[in-house]
Design a protein around this ligand. Structure first.
Ligand SMILES: *Cc1c(COP(=O)(O)O)cnc(C)c1O
Length: 497
């Protein structure tokens, strides 16, 4: 298996190169040129393994130039002692058919940990093979959760520097504090005056600027990405969908014939894309349900075939989904067009120039067969947190609530009540104010007070990582205009310009 670029498939690289580099030079994203197809025997064997065993099996199918020892080293390092109870992705049952895949038991309380605990291992292993000893500079744009998870994964990792940009008014107070208090000697955090799309576009631009690349090379450095444009982010996410299927299979063999739906609260389209890849590899996923907040550009696209980012941007209580340019959709377009790189390059050029593109014919048809899409506003989000706590005694964060609301819309419209796996992407304590307001009228102005009240009201535990923030020292307070991101990069890397 090799990796090709979605905008030019004549570019062909190994897994190590794809991960070390992060993005293809012309701006395309790396994807495998073929996908493994798992058989019934594979799944039966995987069913008997623990999470690490399943991860090793899946990853070794994709990391063509990693040795078995290297894959073992990466998986063991990432998933030993880092998640509660050694279970990175446990499932809770709610009601009859709803399985909540809890992806927030890692060090930063969001699903990003599943990928960002292992990415530093993958990236440093890859860099040794292809970077010739140069220092890897990880640039991250974040809507809140990626930044903290990447900082936590990369802190003090040898031969790396990590720089995180977040929108100053686009993250929750807890997310901001998590990043501004980050420890480590190789970490840098900068807030920008703009939204997430500004941060993401800024990072992409710096990445693909040849003059900047040269400047780094002169200083013995190379850029890489910890955003989900990096293939090394996606492949660990495929693992938990395969693992969830194995758990369902262990519970009841009938799932094989009946299949199940998956619902994912979606922003950059990375998490739901991983679910699609799992389906492509043989997991019997029926519908992929794409849930958005008021920034519902994906809902419109999936329903109409027209992607249009020329619309108002809303700041919501689900900040990790406040996105109008979903970068991983590019990989899906490549899939839908049967790997038509020219088609993808044309659509992306339209998006860059006009903020819009349209698909029709077979591509649109396939999109509609695979996906169902819906959205909900903040009011419905809060009502859903309250409903699930009231009806089932199960507390969810706001992002997970968006997924559940959209799932209920799907259920109502289609009557398809087969088993559903809901990706639960964050701990309720990360978005504590909104969650507390949903279940009580006791919210106050202090986030840590709110956490204590939430714990009392709901009889749930405050994660230790959140508690520790109350007394953590604030280390970063850099605030820049969005056109000063490159200046920040140079300053933090101590490169003269
Ligand atoms: C990142 C994030 C999402 C969106 O995931 P994508 O892969 O960007 O679609 C949803 N919920 C939470 C809590 C997140 O951190």
């Amino acid at each position: 298996m090799n990796y090709i670029s979605t905008r030019d498939k004549s570019i062909k690289v190994s897994a190590a190169k794809a991960i070390a580099q992060g993005i293809s030079a012309e701006g395309g994203l790396f994807v495998p040129d073929t996908f493994p197809l798992f058989t019934e025997d594979d799944f039966n064997a995987l069913k008997k393994l623990d999470y690490k065993g399943r991860a090793k099996y899946v990853l070794s199918n994709f990391l063509n130039d990693f040795t078995e020892e290297e894959v073992d080293y990466c998986v063991n390092g990432a998933y030993t002692g880092t998640f509660d109870n050694e279970l990175p992705a446990p499932m809770s049952a709610v009601g009859e058919n709803q399985k909540i895949l809890e992806l927030w038991h890692g060090p930063t309380c969001a699903f990003k940990d599943l990928a960002l605990q292992i990415l530093p291992y993958l990236l440093t292993t890859a860099a040794k093979k292809v970077n010739g000893g140069k220092k890897a500079v990880i640039l991250v744009a974040t809507s809140g959760d990626t930044g903290k998870a990447a900082l936590e994964g990369f802190k003090d990792v040898e031969n790396t520097e990590i720089l995180v940009f977040y929108p100053s008014d686009g993250v929750s107070p807890m997310q901001k504090l998590q990043m501004d208090t980050q420890k480590g000697d190789n970490v840098h955090v900068c807030a920008i005056k703009g939204n997430f799309d500004d941060a993401q576009s800024g990072v992409k631009k710096i990445f693909t600027d040849n003059a900047v690349k040269e400047k780094l090379l002169e200083n013995g450095m190379l850029f890489s990405s910890a955003n989900s444009i990096n293939w090394g982010r996606l492949v660990p996410q495929i693992v938990y969908y395969i693992s969830a299927y194995c758990d369902l299979l262990a519970e009841d063999e009938k799932i094989k014939e009946n299949g199940f739906n998956v619902v994912v609260p979606t922003g950059n389209f990375g998490n739901i894309l991983a679910a699609y890849y799992a389906k492509k590899m043989g997991v019997p996923v029926n519908k992929l349900i794409c849930a958005s907040n008021a920034n519902n550009v994906l809902t419109d696209f999936i329903r109409t075939g027209k992607y249009d980012r020329n619309r108002d941007f809303y700041t919501t209580i689900t900040p990790s989904m406040d996105i109008l340019i979903s970068s991983n959709l590019e990989r899906m377009l490549f899939e839908l067009s049967n790997n038509d790189d020219k088609f993808v390059a044309r659509l992306q050029a339209n998006l860059a120039e006009n903020g819009t593109f349209t698909v029709d014919g077979e591509v649109k048809e396939k999109l509609g067969e695979l996906f169902w899409a819906g959205c909900c506003d903040d009011k419905a989000t809060v009502e859903t947190v309250a409903k699930y706590f009231g009806e089932y005694g199960y507390l969810v964060d706001t992002h997970t609530a968006v997924a559940l609301d959209v799932y209920n819309q799907y259920l109502k419209e289609t009557g398809d009540d087969r088993t559903v796996v809901v990706a639960s992407t964050a701990s309720p304590y990360k978005f504590v104010r909104s969650v507390l307001e949903a279940v009580s009228d006791k919210a106050v102005d202090n986030e840590f007070e709110n956490a204590k009240i939430l714990s009392e009201v709901t009889n749930t535990e405050i994660p230790e990582q959140i508690k520790a923030l109350e007394t953590a020292e604030v280390r970063f307070n850099e605030l820049r205009n969005k056109d000063e991101m490159l200046a920040s990069v140079y300053a933090n890397l101590r490169i003269e310009n």
